[in-house]
Design a binder for this molecule. Sequence first.
Ligand code: WTA
Length: 648
Amino acid sequence: MSDKTYPPSDAFAADALIDAAKYEEMYAASITDPDAFWGEQGKRVDWIKPYSTVKDVNFDLGNVAINWYADGTLNVAANCIDRHLAERGDQTAIIWEPDDPKDDAQHITYQELHAQTCRMANVLKGLGVTKGDRVVLYMPMIPEAAYAMLACARIGAIHSIVFAGFSPDALGARINGSNAKVLITADEAPRGGRKTALKSNADAALLHCDDRVQCLVVKRTGGQTTWTERDHDCTALMAAASTDCAPEEMNAEDPLFILYTSGSTGQPKGVVHSSGGYLVYASMTHELVFDYKPGDVFWCTADVGWVTGHSYIIYGPLANGATTLMFEGVPTYPDASRFWQVCEKHKVNQFYTAPTAIRALMGQGNEFVEKSDLSDLKVLGTVGEPINPEAWNWYNDVVGKGTRPIVDTWWQTETGGHMMTPLPGATAAKPGSCTKPFFGVHPVILEPTTGEEITDTVAEGVLCIKDSWPGQMRTVYGDHERFEKTYFSDYKGYYFTGDGCRRDADGYYWITGRVDDVINVSGHRMGTAEVESALVAHAQVAEAAVVGYPHNVKGQGIYAYVTLMNGVEPSEELRKELEKWVRTEIGPIAKPDLIQWAPGLPKTRSGKIMRRILRKIAEDDFGALGDTSTLAEPAVVDDLIENRMNKG
Ligand code: WTA
């Protein structure tokens, strides 16, 4: 990995909310006296009853309890809407950009957001939803998704969003898992010029659920045809509902939402986030990590079905009175210039996306970027997986024109907000490194087998967090024991992230991937991400995924699935060339033992490569592929199985 650093320009640093000196000073304070630090930061939220205690946390197995601002009360929706009305009621809160660029965008002011959220809240109340009830959302990326989240928060209901790409079975399991009273969906979800029949998926899901679950259907395309007894026309009910709804007084520790996420074993877990601590953390990270200033237009390209959408489309930006962009479409529709066209059209200042999108767009060529005016961009961000230096450099050079700081934000569904990331005016970036911890975050690297903390600056091992931060998940919904077992039992007294990590001589952190993705080849520990990064640095490679497989000499061998650039034909020469390429990029130990040409890789609908499946194929263990229902294109798996490499 390259150790070249990219410091912020003097001009950027001079204007930034946090510069290098301020980071050091505030970070030290946050670790030395967390109570004082977070006591002060808690004031960025409006409390109905102020808190008198700040942090009350126990990480000991058997007694894990996480409480922040525990005796304070607030309402999250009031913080995201009402408190802004006096000063910026007419400012745009949400810019909505539809799937089809020929359709009109919407600019929803804070005043309108207030009215619509109250209408939706009253509709929910009309269905008998009260404080503490669960409401599942299965929605397109439309403003009603935001209204629904905030409406739940307003009346104290707990939302659980299921990404609209999930199957009916997955949706049904989550409705049952959270024992939800109401499902909110829409007729159809347009995406990339195609429509997903959300309502008929919802119908299929609800076949497995209690008859008392009611369904609110938002009109998006008008394509809805069948109505059942449990259905209600949400659009009509909202039109008739009052625009007034008093916010419920909630305790800081009352759950704000549940979000299901997959672990390395078993069924997905319902990650529970709090109201007070979560909001403080989402708001603070949004402001400081993106250097967000009043009037800026912020765009996070995630879907609200993922934690990134919760924290950085809705709660963080709206708590800060920001203008946040919500995009219904995909990066490649109508063509690969869409992201950049949207940036130009809405004068986006901060742009936050995933490395997988960057790599996909990089493969399409620079002309798609160059035809758009990106002069309003100030900060670029990435999230979700380690970014390979090749993609980082393209993002930096072609999108950022070499002048916009890039924040590579490492965090998890469980953490609620950014944990390690550059601050754009403070941190010299290194491509591929998430650099330094955010305020109040105390990362430690442990020796994986002994669990000993490695105190030398240069270290490699498993990444744990030593102490709590306000955005931390509080429990697994309905299964606190699983929460303790998953995160606090392997390494006693720490929160275990499940990620491997390296710390360099400058104290910078480099995520090496999930620890279950670490492979050990001839006694050498290696991150599969490193090999992938080397492969994709080759001009003819579009994407690569690397897993370990049992090798009778080396212990584990390296199995690489390689997707070539459009128009490049696989050949034995190219295979040899790639082997040599990786040898020279990383070293002989990293040379792939097997390279399989993969027309496509199995990905979740959020774009994450499902290495579990690739590992099974590499191991010849087809019977145990597990749940493939969350794949974007299940057919790619069949192709990979059919063309798996004969390992002899
Ligand atoms: C990975 C997404 C490297 C990591 C917010 C983590 C990253 C998992 C980064 C959480 C990053 C996320 N660099 N790896 N900047 N961001 N990851 O729950 O393995 O969908 O544990 O949360 O993604 O994924 P999740």
